[in-house]
Write a protein that binds this ligand. Structure first.
Ligand code: ADP
Ligand code: MG
Length: 324
């Protein structure tokens, strides 16, 4: 299939967004906004670094890549509207696999009413999928990492460490019997971004948010640094799946704090809003757990502290970081 035929194949017949003026088919896409702030992010996924074809199908690779981008919108409190895909295609990739990647993206795009409005198609050495996402948020309502204040409560959605556990199950002891094995694997392969709850907090004045892509310790550190505060969390309060205890203690500790890609939301807000958040979460059938608080800095550097059986320690920078 040539590039022209490929683009024709992936082009949407109709678009969901009325604000779209021109989608796929010209030199660039055009959309119009009416007073909202435009929020945009890009994420790049490289074969062998961010995914492997041994642990995910092509549909799952596409699904997860767009899911990660949607999660960034959730973390900004923005409603995703459009995405563009730049893809590097290696000679070894089957045509069917390429279509499957787009099918995966389309699956989650349909679920969240997002339109594919453009991209770029090039050949190269290895498979790379780079997605740009665009969303809207009411003026000055984006949820910034710099918005945490001392005495805020710290909360997190869902359970943590599931994706890391799933990846472990896929790469080790694949034949070993484990409770809820498919649940953990699914959380790794096809994660759900927390858009719904993020959008239901729109009316709250101040919420600081980040999504959990590199482990909660890292995400909280980013908040602490951006807001110039210290954050204290309690080990016992970190929410994990009921079958998480079947894994080794060291693995549990590592995965729940430093495991990546759970795509849950972690944030801070005034204690006054906590009951309301719990109420909203209950309606949406999302778990939300209070895990700590924000305080004035102890020293020059903003820090994240972990309370564990009456001891309190500074959380090491152990999450996965690419520059390390
Ligand atoms: P140009 O030569 O002007 O860059 P292209 O031939 O690359 O145009 O692309 C034609 C149209 O198809 C554009 O609207 C572009 O955004 C879209 N497009 C190209 N590649 C992709 C892709 N991989 N995914 C989605 N849209 C694409
Ligand atoms: Mg082009």
């Amino acid at each position: 299939m040539d590039e022209f035929a490929f683009i024709k194949q992936i082009k949407q017949a109709t678009y969901k967004q009325s604000s779209l003026i021109k989608g796929v088919g010209d030199d660039a896409a055009i959309f119009r906004t009416h007073g909202s702030d435009v929020v945009t992010a890009v994420d790049t996924f490289v074969d062998g670094v961010h995914f492997t074809t041994h642990t995910s199908s092509f549909v799952q690779i596409g699904y997860k890549a767009l899911s990660a981008n949607i999660s960034d919108m959730a973390a900004m409190g923005a409603e995703p509207k459009f995405y563009l895909v730049s893809i590097v295609i290696p000679p070894s990739l089957r045509e069917g696999s390429l279509t499957e990647i787009y099918d995966g993206m389309k699956q989650i795009a349909t679920k969240y009413h997002i339109d594919l409005i453009g991209g770029d198609t090039v050949s190269g050495e290895e498979l790379v999928v780079s997605i740009t996402i665009i969303g809207y948020v009411a003026s000055n309502k984006a949820r910034l990492r710099s918005d945490a204040k001392s005495d805020d409560i710290v909360f997190v959605t869902g359970t943590l460490g599931d994706s890391a556990a799933g990846l472990h199950l896929l790469t080790h002891n694949i034949n070993e019997n484990r409770e809820n094995k498919q649940y953990f694997i699914h959380r790794h392969q096809m994660p759900s971004p927390r858009i719904e709850i993020a959008l239901h907090l729109r009316h709250l004045n101040r919420v600081c948010l980040n999504d959990v892509t590199d482990g909660i310790a890292n995400e909280l550190r980013e908040i602490a640094e951006a807001s110039d505060v210290d954050i204290v969390i309690e080990d016992d309060l970190i929410p994990v799946h009921q079958n998480f205890y079947q894994f080794k203690k060291e693995q549990q500790d590592k995965w729940k704090l430093f495991g990546g890609e759970d795509f849950e939301l972690v944030g801070t807000m005034s204690e006054d809003n906590w009951q309301e958040l719990k109420q909203i979460a209950k309606q949406l059938k999302v778990n939300v757990t209070r895990i700590g608080h924000v305080k004035i800095k102890d020293s020059e550097d903003p820090k994240v502290f972990l309370k564990k059986h009456d001891t309190i320690s500074d959380v090491p920078k152990d999450g996965y970081t690419h520059l390390k």
